[in-house]
Design a protein around this ligand. Sequence first.
Ligand SMILES: Nc1nc2c(ncn2[C@@H]2O[C@H](COP(=O)(O)OP(=O)(O)OP(=O)(O)O)[C@@H](O)[C@H]2O)c(=O)[nH]1
Ligand SMILES: [Mg+2]
Length: 314
Amino acid sequence: MKTLSCRLSKPARRLYSTSKPTPNAGPPPPNPNKRDLKDLATSDLCYYWDTKSPTAEQLAFANKLFTPSRHSPLKLWSASKFRTTPMSSLEPEVAFLGRSNVGKSSLLNAIMGQEICWTSSKPGRTREMNAFGIGGTKGGEHKVVLLDMPGYGKASRSEWGSEIMKYLKGRKQLRRAFILVDSEHGIKPNDAYILGLFRRYAIPHQIVISKVDKVLGKKQKQVKTGVSTIGLQRLQEMLQGLREAVQPDIRVSEGPGALGELITCSADIKVGPGRALGVDAVRWAILSAAGIDGSLEGGTLASEKMSAASSALP
Ligand SMILES: Nc1nc2c(ncn2[C@@H]2O[C@H](COP(=O)(O)OP(=O)(O)OP(=O)(O)O)[C@@H](O)[C@H]2O)c(=O)[nH]1
Ligand SMILES: [Mg+2]
């Protein structure tokens, strides 16, 4: 008997296919070992032992104050010698220091929300002290001045030490020096030397760990999509291991150690519009150093008032 053969067209074959239909897969299930960047808390990225982790209101207050406007940030001055720095300004200042290429200028751009400092993949890009005013209004003075310093170490200027130490020791407005340490390299001998000078001259200082993406994941591209719990654990272990170097035993140290908090950040990893990883905690640390902490205004924290006002908006 002749069998009837019938060739089905492609769409029909698909329609009558006897193979099991694939269930509607939908989005892949969330990886329980990976955390979204926007869900990371300050305490995941930082280590506070002498101070308290900032609250959400305090971070919002700091982010608001650093939001760029017509009068902020503003480049105020550049100087290569301490004696040429303007002496008349009274605003509180904070300075950013560290080895060449550690990411000082990139971090300052992230803090100020504007590409105002020159950056480069080659060490030695910043050649002068550059000052920027934050929180200024028309005709009004700035609330705080940030200083981007030339790096020390590779490709730095030979006179780095003497000129910058003159500034650090003699500048009355200086509230705190932030020393950046690359997460991948840790504290190098020249960092340890500088930290020793800060203690000897009792210059208030704090360590900030830069380029934290290098510890959180193998590739920056991966970190941009989230952070593994192993990466976060590795970071916390690293921070706890640094505590001794940050605050050496008072019996062997010549003077007061750094502030008991370690902040980590990555200027290259964006967590939202105008926000890079960990930068809100650095902004808050700057304001705390400058004494702008949303202090009591008629019994209410200015930062709380601001957040109450913003939540009341439609
Ligand atoms: N992976 C990584 N690279 C970064 C990060 N921030 C900055 N960099 C890179 O580090 C290099 C140096 O950055 P700069 O900001 O110019 O460093 P600097 O400390 O100001 O350097 P000097 O002015 O030479 O002392 C650049 O290639 C940046 O792109 C970061 O968060 N992660
Ligand atoms: Mg620089």
